[in-house]
Design a protein around this ligand. Sequence first.
Ligand code: ADP
Ligand code: MG
Length: 377
Amino acid sequence: MATIQLSGVSKRYGDHPPVVRSVDLDIGHHEFCVFLGPSGCGKSTLLRMIAGLEELSEGELRIGSRVVTDVPAAQRGVAMVFQSYALFPHMTVFENIAFGLKIAKLPKAEIERRVRDAASSLQLEALLDRHPKALSGGQRQRVAIGRAIVREPGVFLFDEPLSNLDAALRSHTRVEIARLHQRFADASVVYVTHDQVEAMTLADRIVLLHAGADMERHGSVAQSGAPLDLYHHPKSRFVAGFIGSPRMNFMDATVDAVDEDGVRVTLAQGGESILACVEGRGLQRGQPVTLGVRPEHLRLGGDDQSIACATVLAERLGEHSYLHADHAAGTLVAKAPADSPIGVGERLRVHVPPQACHLFDAEGVARRRLALAPVPA
Ligand SMILES: Nc1ncnc2c1ncn2[C@@H]1O[C@H](COP(=O)(O)OP(=O)(O)O)[C@@H](O)[C@H]1O
Ligand SMILES: [Mg+2]
């Protein structure tokens, strides 16, 4: 059983503030866990600690039932794939894939069988005699993955394996990685990326790490959960702003009234009154808050739950359009139909569905949402 448990894991370099802060995590058998977050938030450091390439400053790490905090990398039963591929230039594809097995002194026939199996599942059979310099970026990355597969590890660790590939190849290889995970029923995967689309599509669970000006939280877990849980129920403004593309709209507002339907707020400057279906206990009239609503949940059209704005940009993507519109409380992005006739400079009203509203207090903590029913499409 390749479960991975982290308890109170921290990492600091010298006297600097920790780059990974008190991480507690329980990664299940066969789980695909993605560490996500902006550059510098500590994702690679956390992964390298699991791999055994970096020592823990504090805490304990278990793989399966074994405490491996002080176990050398080679004895942890993990295989890691790096962004840089790290292939040996003077060896053929076959030799690169077989390298770890030769070192482990496996019988020749067994090495041959495992390399051929991996090559077949990664479509590398025709390339086994080539050297890395005669391969494309995508083929090199597949060789690096093959080298991990043949070791039949309990845990696969990936550090941004797709970031050196162009867009088309990236989505193709992403699908391959998802299929590999399905095939290896016994293996768990920990995968690092800063790309939320990769995280949303691959993960059983996303662990989003904090970064940014708030040094008290830098390198700690902002939220951990299923991708759609983070999307629908972000616990903080940081999570809400990181998950979702285009990003959630944020508007400055003040609390106006609290009742059982939710919280009524008044938007800064524009003065419109908007109802948000969120838990209001403890909120005081006049308290500053941030109203959040995703571009895909805004509707064009005016009523008493709408705000007035002026279009400054229309992005037409073919399948749909994104209208960027200025409001005194901030610039909004609204998803609109592909053939929406609205052009730049036009004034419009957008309806803000109460069940689609998020509300954050001055510290960025989210209020619990009252509407458990999904937001209407
Ligand atoms: N060997 C090191 N010495 C000092 N600081 C380091 C070292 N390795 C990483 N860091 C710092 O730790 C932070 C997290 O780095 P990293 O884990 O690579 O982030 P990510 O992978 O999320 O981009 C960064 O601020 C980085 O500068
Ligand atoms: Mg990194």
